[in-house]
Design a protein around this ligand. Structure first.
Ligand code: HEC
Length: 125
């Protein structure tokens, strides 16, 4: 009995920790690398990208869990996002903010294996 309780708490702890790390991996928080990646294109206010992420992890997660941003190319997102923004009834500023966030995440991706960020953002096969 005691042993089972230990086992159950170990499983629960794993699940909880897993859940916490996964949202960060699916939709990484806005960081310097993302802002820098957007800078050559005229720069984008950090607040807009942050807002885009907030929409991504809330309104975009209403019907399904958030997809890993890096699962799709920017080209594919160009097809998916307008459709999903419509599903989520996003006002156009919110759709634009989500688009900025997605671009920032994808453009900030380091070359595979370049550093530890690559490990957490590597696209699974
Ligand atoms: C009203 C429910 C709903 C909301 C809100 C919603 N989705 Fe979806 N999403 C779906 C359904 C249903 C599918 C699967 C069928 C499809 O592709 O249309 C889907 C599929 C997807 C896919 C996979 C598409 C593919 O071609 O494989 C992605 C990525 C996605 N959603 C992202 C988003 C994003 C980003 C948002 C926020 C802008 C969002 N979704 C909001 C219902 C929703």
């Amino acid at each position: 009995m005691r042993r089972e309780a230990t086992y159950v708490s170990a499983v629960l702890a794993t699940l909880i920790v897993g859940a916490c790390t996964s949202i960060e991996q699916l939709a990484p928080p806005v960081d310097e690398a993302m802002l820098a990646a957007m800078a050559p294109r005229g720069g984008v206010a950090a607040g807009r990208i942050e807002h885009g992420r907030t929409i991504y992890v809330t309104k975009c997660a209403r019907c399904h869990s958030p997809e890993r941003v890096t699962k799709y190319s920017l080209e594919r997102w160009g097809e998916i996002l307008p459709r999903m923004a419509h599903e989520a009834s996003l006002p156009s500023e919110d759709e634009a903010a989500v688009q900025m966030y997605i671009k920032a995440v994808i453009r900030a991706q380091p070359e595979a294996g370049a550093d530890s960020r690559a490990e957490s953002q590597r696209v699974e096969p």
